[in-house]
Design a protein around this ligand. Structure first.
Ligand code: SF4
Length: 322
């Protein structure tokens, strides 16, 4: 397969007054051209820090890359200068967040903001770029695009703002779209529409998606492959069908059990709190398996060393002594 992104042994740590927080602690993750990969886990598992590391959107200090590589089409992004990173952010990898207002500028119209991205790519007059912006709004199903390009972000509802964000992200025709909890802040029906829109856009533009989420229902509906993270590490990685039909890691099994069965729409909202216990501190993580304190199968051997990821079936890897 044609690998776009290949994260190897990434460690992104944060220096705090209390010591070093190992937010991402040896993560391997890859994304092939055109596929949707879900990255799931509870808040604090390191999924967002992993995503932000790819674009180097980490404040340094206090953050730092302790080890590893982030290979983008074979080239390591970690040593790149800011100017080169800006080029990649503008043209190759786009990101959308849970709250679009964090990336939209409230004092410019959405048309101006999208036109600016478009103008970066093509030599167009301001008028042509604005027409392109309206076209992007039409693509993401915003009614009255010709008129709405002149509106400001606050004049859009939450769901419409997320559409604007997607339009802006796609204006640079990225090869990879990183979506960090893109639907969490939205109500259930709007969530479904946004996920559907992302799927449509993916088919239209042929980009890959890295979908960060805590909702297993979203993963089941949209992803081809899934990486499950726990306490700064990858505990399981598998094609989506295998993950749901044959989850191997006790943590993944717990996540899947926590999906309410009644209604898939509800499952999108289900939080992953039904697993007993809490995530260990990443300040002084336990020596062995980080899930041991919550695992009903935990044995002495589990606390002695960190279980490495092992392949149990093609493309299916698990970090558990069982
Ligand atoms: Fe549970 Fe041990 Fe497997 Fe960790 S390594 S998930 S503690 S059985």
């Amino acid at each position: 397969p044609d690998t776009l992104l290949d994260i190897r042994g990434l460690k992104t740590w944060f220096k705090t007054e209390d010591g070093m927080v190992r937010a991402v602690d040896g993560v391997d993750l890859h994304i092939d051209r055109g596929e949707t990969v879900g990255v799931v886990g509870e808040s604090g598992c390191g999924k967002t820090v992993t995503a932000r590391s790819v674009l180097k959107l980490i404040d340094m200090p206090p953050g730092r890359f302790e080890a590893g590589q982030i290979l983008w089409q074979g080239r390591d992004l970690i040593p790149l200068e800011q100017a080169e990173m800006n080029r990649i952010r503008a043209r190759e990898i786009a990101i959308i967040f849970q709250e679009p207002m964090t990336s939209l500028n409230p004092v410019y119209t959405v048309g101006d903001q999208i036109a600016e991205v478009i103008a970066l790519h093509q030599k167009l007059s301001p008028r042509q770029a604005m027409a392109g912006a309206a076209e992007m709004l039409r693509l993401v199903n915003i009614p009255n695009p010709q008129k709405r390009v002149h509106d400001y972000p606050h004049q859009f509802s939450g769901g419409m703002r997320q559409r604007v964000m997607i339009a802006m992200a796609l204006s640079c025709q990225p090869k990879l779209l990183i979506a960090d909890e893109p639907t969490t802040a939205l109500d259930v029906t709007i969530q479904a529409q946004i996920l559907e829109l992302m799927q449509e856009m993916k088919e239209k533009f042929g980009m890959a998606i890295m979908l960060i989420t805590h909702a297993m229902g979203v993963v089941a509906e949209t992803c081809q492959r899934v990486t499950v993270m726990y306490a700064g590490k990858v505990v399981e990685e598998a094609p989506v069908e295998a993950l749901f039909s044959d989850p191997r890691h006790p943590y993944t099994q717990g996540l899947i059990r926590s999906i309410p069965r009644i209604d898939r729409a509800v499952s999108r909202q289900a939080r992953l709190e039904s697993i007993q216990g809490t995530v260990p501190s990443l300040l002084n993580p336990p020596a062995g398996c980080r899930f041991a304190a919550r695992c009903k199968y935990a044995m002495d051997i589990c606390t002695q060393g960190i279980p490495p990821l092992k392949e149990v079936a093609p493309g299916h890897r698990v970090a558990c002594v069982l």
